[in-house]
Write a protein that binds this ligand. Structure first.
Ligand SMILES: Cc1cc2nc3c(=O)[nH]c(=O)nc-3n(C[C@H](O)[C@H](O)[C@H](O)COP(=O)(O)OP(=O)(O)OC[C@H]3O[C@@H](n4cnc5c(N)ncnc54)[C@H](O)[C@@H]3O)c2cc1C
Length: 385
């Protein structure tokens, strides 16, 4: 870790750590109960420049590399609530970065400065009741009518969905398949857009919603890139999203490991501490070995990405391994906590349930295995002549 980060990254980490300790951690229980982070959370992050790390300076961003995003996510995770970095990243990395990547200059002017400042909040709306892993199967339709598009359809599981001011939305503007897909920035106050918050079993501090578009009229200038050109920027965005989830999973595993180690040293049974039983020494030895392996894969993917090397498979491996490992680590670290792991007042309980969504969001484990298999030529038939 020390080798990949520079002194500048370390300073950035230092400034974030005190911010998280003072401004975020004390509020986490309240945000978990409310089912969302407040608007002031985004404003504070924006004021300190944390929302524009990867965006251009002309929009108030800092144009820095993904390692700074890594540090940001790792430090936000120190609050112990996965929904917090998820809310920040759904805005800064998922919904906003794609506008910079594919939007017109006018659209960037209209949205990016305010997004970087935390004045407005973004969400990325792709998944539909009938289309998740198969992104190119979306059916929400946008039909050109004069200078507008008229949108009809629905989205589901959208992070920041009810609190967002704009939704970067995947729509169908043409034929079936990925060539008929486009991206439109939909202002949340558009007439005909309604939203419903969903109740989840984890990541409670992050708002997740269902969106309904009923004859929503959006200016055609809100299109990102050419009509039918939505698939490519989306796929490029997935690399960042998957790395973010790898970083969250690895940081979360570290927290669970620390909690388990502490508890193992403190808790006594049959006249000795739990960690005086060799079985728990071995189980936690396996836990930390898995975490170090996940981190090594994660840093490899990030390093390749930062250096501009093709790394779709490596990032997929990293997200697959980190998120699947987090499930095992969560179970082990919960087990050593005994009954306490099931109590709402125990931080471990929150970490445990928060680990469940990682293998689903931003590409399920099965989708990632398919990407890896294709990259390694596993799906190709061998000629046995
Ligand atoms: C907490 C949370 C936050 C989310 N935030 C967002 C968001 O901000 N924006 C957004 O657009 N979406 C969001 N999602 C949705 C997420 O991206 C989808 O849930 C995910 O892509 C899977 O789609 P699905 O739920 O429709 O499952 P499905 O695609 O129906 O998959 C169901 C199961 O079938 C498997 N499967 C599918 N295809 C194959 C195949 N070819 N081979 C083998 N197995 C397969 C899947 O791996 C999965 O196990 C979020 C989801 C969660 C849980």
């Amino acid at each position: 870790m020390g080798q990949i980060f520079t002194e500048d990254h370390d300073q950035f980490r230092h400034s974030l750590r005190s911010f998280v300790e003072k401004e975020i951690t004390p509020n986490v229980l309240e945000w978990e109960a409310e089912g969302q982070v407040p608007r002031s959370f985004f404003k504070k992050l924006g004021d300190l420049g944390f929302l524009g790390i990867r965006l251009g300076e002309e929009y108030g961003g800092s144009g820095l590399d993904f390692l700074y995003t890594t540090v940001l996510v790792q430090e936000l995770m120190q609050c112990g609530s996965v929904g917090v970095p998820v809310a920040a990243m759904a805005h800064a990395e998922f919904a906003t970065k794609i506008i910079e990547r594919a939007g017109s200059d006018d659209l960037k002017d209209e949205y990016l400065r305010d997004a970087v400042a935390g004045n407005i909040i973004g969400a990325l709306g792709l998944t539909e009741p009938g289309a998740g892993s198969d992104v190119a199967a979306i059916r929400t339709r946008a039909v050109r009518d004069g200078d507008d598009y008229v949108i009809n359809g629905s989205k589901v599981f959208i992070t920041n969905g009810t609190i967002a001011d704009f939704i970067t939305t995947g729509v169908r503007t043409g034929e079936d398949g990925y060539t008929g897909m486009s991206l439109l920035v939909v202002p949340a106050d558009t007439k005909g857009l309604t939203r419903r918050r969903l109740k989840k079993i984890g990541t409670h501090s992050s708002d997740t919603a269902e969106l309904f578009f009923d004859d929503c009229r959006v200016p055609a200038r809100n299109l990102l890139g050419p009509e039918g050109g939505g698939f490519k920027p989306l796929m490029q965005g997935f690399e960042g999203e998957r790395m973010v989830l790898s970083v969250i999973a690895c940081a979360q595993m570290r927290l669970m490991w620390e909690a388990a180690r502490q508890h193992g040293h403190d808790r006594k049974a049959f006249g000795q501490t739990l960690l005086e039983f060799q079985v728990w020494q071995h189980r936690l030895a396996d836990v930390i070995t898995s975490i170090e392996a996940a981190e090594a894969l994660m840093y490899r993917g990030i390093d390749m990405y930062v250096r501009g090397e093709p790394c779709n498979a490596e990032i997929s491996m990293s997200k697959l391994f980190a998120t699947e490992t987090a499930l095992t680590v969560a179970r082990e670290c919960a087990q050593i906590h005994g009954g306490m792991s099931h109590m709402e007042e125990c931080g471990m309980a929150r970490l445990y349930r928060d680990s469940l969504a990682f293998t689903i969001g931003a590409g399920t484990s099965e989708v990632l295995r398919t990407i890896i298999a294709n990259d390694k030529g596993l799906a190709k038939r061998r000629d046995h002549k």
